[in-house]
Each structure stands twice: as structure tokens, then as C-alpha cells.
Design a protein around this ligand. Structure first.
Ligand code: SAH
Length: 505
């Protein structure tokens, strides 16, 4: 009998995810994630980094203290080997750098023993992130010419080397303790007993590069008190040495929305864009899409309209989604952009115009300001009489534009180019955060979203401030009994972000 073809063995990539901020992973790390069939990730890894993983890939969280089952190291090794054997590309994604207190050596040994090929992709370790994001450089021309990375975690494994406190106390440079929060009392006492001055300046840097980063300057003697008084939980590093005296308030903590948590309720893809913008300004952005967008229930009316496109003088888009769904349909079923040769294009606002530009199309008309149906109507009515208009709209939307154009003598055809429906259940973690007043702002970018969040959260909405994109949305919020705390002056997401910024103390 012929032997079955040998299945080729997959590869394992041990990838450093960096300290938390999703932008702080290497390009090589992202390349590995993009080709992964299965990703084993630590709970310290920012889940946003998993955005790079193909949707069909399997994601395995290796556990979080007090929440899930923690997978023992032997089982992690065995699963990586088994996955690679079956021909899959495996990414083992670790917080920081895989080789700094990351058990890279043990995993490599297991892979080598089984003849599995592997690659290690470095990451930014927590101590280095303190230099960029917490204003504490671990080396300094005047204060420290050497750095030691130390574990504050007493190994359960008795064969592991004990810390030599005398040597550490005498170390001529900066000491950075990892995993030393719950054990701070012990190692600080030992260091002092071994001769390091109790007054040595120190800093605790918690959740470095995350939106809730904290930096606490203290002395070696007071580390444990600070941990207790502030009930600090891991992950945090403790930096011991003169360099902590040069700590300045970091650019990172000075960003205008640092410390604020904003809930973004737009549908996923656009929600991500707004979340990125808020993140850049320092906020923690959470996502709870209040509306889901998908294909229209029926493409026939759209196809009929697209088939007679040349009869229309104007094609009017009142959202970026409208552009995307209509243009994708045109390109997949009706030819290409030349079909629009004789049709003028109107866009409700700059985002819609930008989305047209992604299809190499220029809007002939965008209202000069305000960006809502009234503005578009005002611009179009003067040239409406006797003209044919095609309006690309959502399954629910305002009738204002169609009515205004018809009243001005136009022939109006409306087609539903995408379906918008309410999301019916809230993510329980988001609901709990809202209840606990951990969310400062909720963005409300349409009346439909206003109604949906009231269904999703009800009275809990009073525990955060609502930021509305326009007077129409604000009016809906007021009608529903939840008046907004801020309203955009320009009815775009940029305007909304501006409104939140100006409402800061
Ligand atoms: N491989 C990781 C370290 C893993 S050990 C790295 O290179 O960073 C886990 C410890 O790392 C935590 O207990 C904490 O001491 C430290 N740590 C990881 N991420 C951190 C962060 N964002 N801020 C502060 N400390 C962090």
C-alpha cells in the first residue's frame, strides 16, 4: 500500500506583543499574526492586537488569574507541538518580549525536542516602555550606566536560582523589578537589609502604555506601603534607582483625554476609526456597536436603479455606508465607475465624500457646513426642477431630503442600499463598567443609535455623559429623556471629538 503523503509541519512563532498599546508590536509580529492559523495569547496581551489575526483563525487565551482556567506550561507546549504537527501556523503571543520573564527558553526547548521549526520575534519589554511612556529612562548619563531586570516573584521551583540581595544592593545602576507587586514587602526589606539605602528613589509603573497607566514616585522603603494604600494590582514594574528622580510627567499622561473612558456606539468598522482617534488623544475607547449594518434585504430595487443609471442627473449619498454598499454592488454586478459618467454626485459631508474618493470619484457637491439632510436639500433644491434624483439610503433614515426635492419639482427614486438594525444585547462587561461609573462619555452619532442605546442600557445611561453629533440627535436624546452633555458644532465625528475635548475641565 502506498504511504500517505507526509503532511508538512507548521511553524511556531514566539511573538512579543509589547507592553500593551496595540501600536507597540513589531511589523514582523504583525506579519506573523496575519498568517496565523492559531494564536495562543497571554491575558496581558491587549486583545486589540488580535485585530491582525485572520477571522477564521483560532484564538486561545491562556487564562487570567481568578477568571479562567490557567493552562499549565506543559499543556501549552504540548498544544503548540500538536498544532504545528498538524501543519498549522502557530503564533504564541506574549506580553512584552518573549525572552524577558516569558518562558521563551522552555517553549523553545519543547519545540526543538520535537523537531518543530520556530522563530522568535522580539517585543518591547515593560522596563523599556517606562522610558518612552512613563518618563523614566532606565539608563541616564548622570545616574545609571547599567540596568538589571529582576523578578520579584519567588519561584515555586526550588531549583531556580535565589536572588542574591547583597549583589543587587551593591548593583551600580537601575534595578527594575518585574512581578514584584504582591511581594514588594519582601524584596524591598531584603534589599534594605543587604545595604541598599531605604531612601533610594523608586517608582511604581502600573499598566505602562495602557490608557490607565499610573506612575507613582516613592522610595525603596515606601514601595510596599504605596502598593497597599492604593491597592495596586499587577501588572506593574518597580524601578529602583536615581533615574526615577528625573521622572517628568510624560507626554503620554498629558494627552488631553488621558484618564477618560469613552464608549463608542457606532457600527463596528466606523466605530474602530472613532475609537482610534480617541485612543490617540489618550482615552480608553470601548466599543459597543448599537447598530449593525449589513446588506439590504432586497437588492432588486438597487439593481433596477443601477441598470438605468444614466437616466439620473444626480446620485445622492447621505452616508459613507451608502457609498460603500452602492459602489460595491455597482462594481460587482454592473461594470465599473464609467457607469457614473453622466451622473453628478452629492455627498452629505466630508466623510461621505472621502469614501467616494476611495472609489476614485469626486463629489460634485458637499454642503459647505453642518453636514445633514437640511444642508444637502438647501444646496440641491435650486437645481431640482425637472431633474431625476437617485437617493442611496439606509433601511431607516429621514425622509426630509426626498420630500424637499420632490416639492422642488424633482423626480426622486430612493433605494435602500444597506440595512441598519438595532443590536439587541449589550456586552455584559460594558454594562457592568457603565453601572460602576467607569465610563465617562458615550458617543451618540445618530438618532437611531440614540434609540438603540436607550434600549440597551436604559437608566444606566445616566451614569455617563452623552456626546451628541448634531441637534437632531440631541433632540432625539432629549425626547427619550437623556439630554446630552455635549453637542458637536460641526456634525461629523471630528466635531464630536472636539465637543468632548472642549467639555474637559
Ligand atoms: N515578557 C514580559 C514580562 C512578563 S512577566 C515583558 O517583557 O514585559 C509579567 C510582568 O511584567 C508583570 O507582573 C509586570 O511586572 C510586568 N509588566 C508587563 N506588562 C506591563 C505593563 N504594561 N506595565 C507594567 N508592568 C508590566
Amino acid at each position: 500500500m502506498p504511504t500517505p503523503p507526509q503532511q508538512s509541519t507548521g511553524r511556531v512563532y514566539l511573538v512579543g506583543a509589547g507592553p500593551g498599546d496595540p501600536g507597540l508590536i513589531t511589523l514582523r509580529g504583525v506579519e506573523c499574526l496575519r498568517r496565523a492559523d492559531v494564536v495562543f495569547y497571554d491575558y496581558l496581551v491587549n486583545p486589540q492586537i488580535l485585530r491582525h489575526v485572520p477571522p477564521q483563525a483560532e484564538r486561545v487565551c491562556l487564562g487570567r488569574h481568578g477568571r479562567d482556567r490557567i493552562m499549565p506550561q506543559s499543556e501549552i507546549n504540548a498544544r503548540m507541538v500538536a498544532e504545528a504537527r498538524s501543519g498549522r501556523t502557530v503564533v504564541r503571543l506574549k506580553g512584552g518580549d518573549p525572552a524577558i520573564f516569558g518562558r521563551a527558553a522552555e517553549e523553545v526547548e519543547a519545540l526543538r525536542a520535537e523537531g518543530i521549526s520556530y522563530e522568535i520575534v522580539p517585543g518591547i519589554t515593560a522596563a523599556l516602555a517606562a522610558g518612552s511612556h512613563a518618563g523614566i529612562p532606565v539608563t541616564h548619563r548622570d545616574f545609571a550606566s547599567a540596568v538589571a531586570l529582576v523578578t520579584g516573584h519567588q519561584q515555586e521551583d526550588e531549583s531556580a536560582p535565589e536572588l542574591d540581595y547583597a549583589a543587587l544592593a551593591a548593583f551600580p545602576g537601575t534595578l527594575v523589578f518585574y512581578m514584584g507587586i504582591t511581594t514588594a514587602g519582601v524584596w524591598c526589606r531584603e534589599l534594605i537589609a543587604a545595604g541598599r539605602s531605604a531612601d533610594t528613589p523608586a517608582a511604581i509603573v502600573r499598566r505602562c502604555t495602557w490608557p490607565d497607566q499610573e506612575t507613582i514616585c516613592c522610595t525603596l522603603q515606601s514601595v510596599a506601603d504605596e502598593v497597599e494604600k492604593r491597592r495596586l494590582r499587577p501588572p506593574a514594574i518597580v524601578i529602583v534607582g536615581q533615574v526615577t528622580q528625573v521622572a517628568v510627567e510624560s507626554w503620554f499622561e498629558q494627552r488631553p483625554l488621558f484618564g477618560q473612558t469613552v464608549l463608542v456606539t457606532r457600527p463596528s468598522e466606523q466605530g474602530l476609526e472613532l475609537a482610534d482617534r480617541l485612543h490617540e488623544l489618550g482615552a480608553a475607547a470601548l466599543l459597543q456597536p448599537a447598530i449593525a449594518i449589513d446588506e439590504p434585504d432586497d437588492w432588486v430595487p438597487v439593481d433596477v436603479a443601477l441598470a438605468r443609471l444614466k437616466e439620473f442627473d444626480w446620485l445622492v449619498f447621505s452616508s459613507a455606508n451608502g457609498v460603500r454598499y452602492l459602489m460595491d454592488r455597482l462594481l460587482s454586478h454592473h461594470g465599473d465607475v464609467r457607469k457614473l459618467e453622466n451622473t453628478r454626485l452629492a455627498a452629505i459631508g466630508p466623510r461621505t465624500a472621502e469614501t467616494l474618493a476611495n472609489y476614485s470619484l469626486k463629489a460634485d457637491l458637499t454642503p459647505p457646513e453642518k453636514f445633514r439632510a437640511e444642508g444637502l436639500a438647501a444646496e440641491l433644491v435650486s437645481q431640482a426642477a425637472g431633474r431625476q434624483f437617485l437617493l442611496a439610503r439606509a433601511s431607516r433614515g429621514r425622509e426630509l431630503l426626498a420630500e424637499a426635492l420632490t416639492a422642488a419639482g424633482a423626480q426622486v427614486t430612493q433605494v435602500v442600499t444597506y440595512n441598519s438594525r438595532d443590536v439587541e444585547t449589550a456586552d455584559p462587561e460594558i454594562a457592568a463598567a457603565l453601572e460602576a461609573r467607569e465610563i465617562d462619555w458615550i458617543t451618540v452619532t445618530s438618532s437611531a443609535i440614540a434609540r438603540s442605546i436607550v434600549n440597551l442600557f436604559g437608566e444606566k445611561l445616566r451614569k455617563a455623559r452623552l456626546a451628541s453629533i448634531s441637534p437632531v440627535t440631541s433632540a432625539t436624546l432629549r425626547e427619550l429623556g437623556y439630554p446630552p452633555a455635549a453637542e458637536a458644532a460641526s456634525y461629523t465625528t471630528d466635531g464630536l471629538v472636539e465637543a468632548i475635548l472642549s467639555a474637559q475641565p
